[in-house]
Ligand binder design. Structure first.
Ligand code: MG
Ligand code: MG
Length: 253
């Protein structure tokens, strides 16, 4: 069962989403060679608090960070630490916020200074696939239409979609039903209805789709050491266009 959110619930999720948007607008300006991922984590934590939210990832299944910071070959769930970002790196930041008992979740990958053309192509394709997936989140479509559109687009670009992690419903819990794979056949699963709130999050690898989990129990890296990118929005299915609840304005475009 996929729960349908009430207007009150949607407005609380939107408030959490707006906080995430403001956090990304600030974080983007701080991403530069020499900054450590724990500095980004601290800043994100301060911002989330100052905007009236709570960092949702901190303590979730004992996760030690306020955000996830996943450089280069780290797919997701990177633990913020002393690692200094270097020119040419890419860094995926994942931010979850709770406000008034409701959650929103969003991620984006950034270049640290100038990155390689290959890295730029990976990031662009991943971000584009997110919007292609969101465009399928329409009343009357089937759930698997989202993942099928993402996979088709990404594989046509010569990249692979990660199988080990998926998108999810979101609301009173950070992770709710349904799971939203970024792959698979179209036309399967429940029909989408207005009031469903979904976190759609393609994780795209330059090479193999396989991932490995490091000894810390969290950090997921690509099986071949090649790059990975991650973009995520929390969206609302409506009777018209899908509505993005974690929208923000990028500077570097
Ligand atoms: Mg996320
Ligand atoms: Mg998520």
């Amino acid at each position: 069962m996929i729960g349908l959110k009430s207007d009150r619930e949607i407005s609380l999720i939107s408030e959490a989403g707006a906080i995430i948007g403001k956090v990304f607008e600030r974080l983007e300006g701080e991403i530069r060679p020499g900054i450590t991922t724990i500095e980004l984590d601290r800043l994100a934590g301060q911002l989330i608090k100052s905007f009236g939210g709570r960092a949702a990832f901190l303590g979730y299944k004992d996760f030690p960070g306020k955000i996830c910071a996943s450089p280069n070959d780290v797919v997701v769930h990177g633990i913020p630490g002393d690692r200094k970002l270097e020119k040419g790196d890419i860094i995926s930041l994942d931010v979850g916020v709770e406000r008034g008992g409701y959650y929103a979740d969003s991620a984006a990958t950034f270049a640290v200074g100038n990155c390689s053309d290959a890295a730029a192509r990976l990031m662009e394709a991943t971000e584009c696939s997110l919007y292609i997936g969101i465009d399928k989140a329409r009343a009357g479509n089937r759930l698997s239409d989202i993942g099928n559109a993402i996979q088709t687009f990404i594989e046509n670009k010569g990249f692979s979609v990660v199988r080990a992690f998926v998108g999810h419903g979101i609301g009173a819990e950070l992770h709710e039903e349904p799971e939203i794979p970024n792959f698979g056949a179209a036309g399967r699963g429940p029909r989408l209805e207005p009031g469903m709130v979904l976190a759609i999050e393609p994780m795209v690898n330059e090479g193999t789709c396989d991932v490995e989990i490091l000894e810390d129990g969290w950090t997921a890296v690509t099986g071949d050491g090649k790059l990975s990118a991650h973009f995520e929005h929390t969206i609302l299915v409506t009777d018209k266009e899908p509505r993005i609840l974690t929208k923000w304005q990028k500077k570097n475009r």
